[in-house]
Design a protein around this ligand. Structure first.
Ligand SMILES: NC(=O)c1ccc[n+]([C@@H]2O[C@H](COP(=O)([O-])OP(=O)(O)OC[C@H]3O[C@@H](n4cnc5c(N)ncnc54)[C@H](OP(=O)(O)O)[C@@H]3O)[C@@H](O)[C@H]2O)c1
Length: 247
């Protein structure tokens, strides 16, 4: 029976990915920064571990407690929307610490076991904003584009050891806690000279009917994890697929 370790399982995509793998008889190590175990279904194949991807000790403890795993899904992430002028460097650092450095640090901690066993898959959840730039998302997009580049290079580095690395690029998913959480980091991040631009971005989102469902992301992660012939980049969600098709 195979095992997957997933980050950010307290809500949204991470929770759905955990359910998806459980339904397919995998052992799931669902990790979360804030304990919300009650959101997950009861299963003898489920273990919940604490993991804050920005903390080195938390990474060490979680990887040790998890034991051998076959697939790592770096899903934990935070969003931020705002004009660069209105954003504090603390916020910029938080976004990179979680989305970029957290992904890199946890991958580094898991790789020795993959290399020694000559098998394993790293699946990194990035974003369709890396397919086409949008205003007010410079910092978030940069944090995710860095993970795309990191994963692409890593895939070549790990191929001789039969270890794969892929990215999943979801589109906008209004049914997760992502938007609500990002709003909490938005205080003052759209100063007056950028207000019109901010309004246009929100109007565009309100009008667009194509969205990404958490299920689309879980399916894409499953494919990345289980299909050795899967592409190194998998786009997930109707809106993201439309963007990718237009390229
Ligand atoms: N929703 C979208 O429109 C969208 C689109 C493209 C890509 N994405 C990406 O998809 C991933 C999942 O987002 P989501 O939409 O499911 O949002 P979500 O519902 O807010 O879930 C994000 C998860 O990441 C966790 N997290 C945040 N910081 C963490 C840290 N330092 N250590 C460990 N876990 C941490 C959160 O935990 P807490 O409960 O503790 O905060 C939560 O479980 C993210 O990487 C996001 O960038 C989202």
């Amino acid at each position: 029976m195979k095992s997957v370790l997933i980050t950010g399982c307290s809500s949204g995509f991470g929770l759905e990915i955990a359910r998806y793998f459980l339904d397919r008889d995998w052992n799931v190590i669902a990790t979360m920064r804030t304990s919300r175990e009650d959101v997950l279904p009861l299963s003898p194949r489920l273990r919940v571990l604490a993991l804050d991807v920005t903390k080195a000790q938390s990474i060490r403890e979680a990887v040790e407690a998890a034991g051998p795993i076959d697939v790592l899904v770096n899903n934990a992430g935070i969003g931020v929307l705002g004009a660069l002028e209105g954003m504090s460097m603390d916020t910029v650092r938080d976004v990179f610490e979680t989305n970029t450095l957290g992904t890199i640090a946890l991958t580094q901690a898991v790789l020795p076991q993959f290399r020694q066993r000559q098998s394993g898959v790293v699946v990194n959840v990035t974003s369709s904003v890396t397919l086409r730039a949008l205003p007010l998302l410079a910092v978030y997009s940069a944090s995710k584009a860095a993970v795309n580049a990191f994963t692409e290079s890593l895939a070549y580095e790990l191929a001789p050891f039969n270890v794969r690395a892929c990215v999943v690029l979801p589109g906008r998913a209004p049914d997760t806690r992502f938007g609500e959480n990002a709003q909490q980091r938005m205080e003052g991040s759209i100063p007056e000279p950028y207000a019109g631009l901010g309004q246009r971005v929100f109007e565009q989102w309100a009008q667009s009917t194509a969205i990404t469902r958490s299920q689309d992301v879980a399916e894409a992660v499953w494919r990345a994890a289980t299909d050795a012939a899967a592409p190194a980049r998998i786009v997930a969600g109707e809106d993201a697929l439309a963007l990718a098709g237009a390229q």
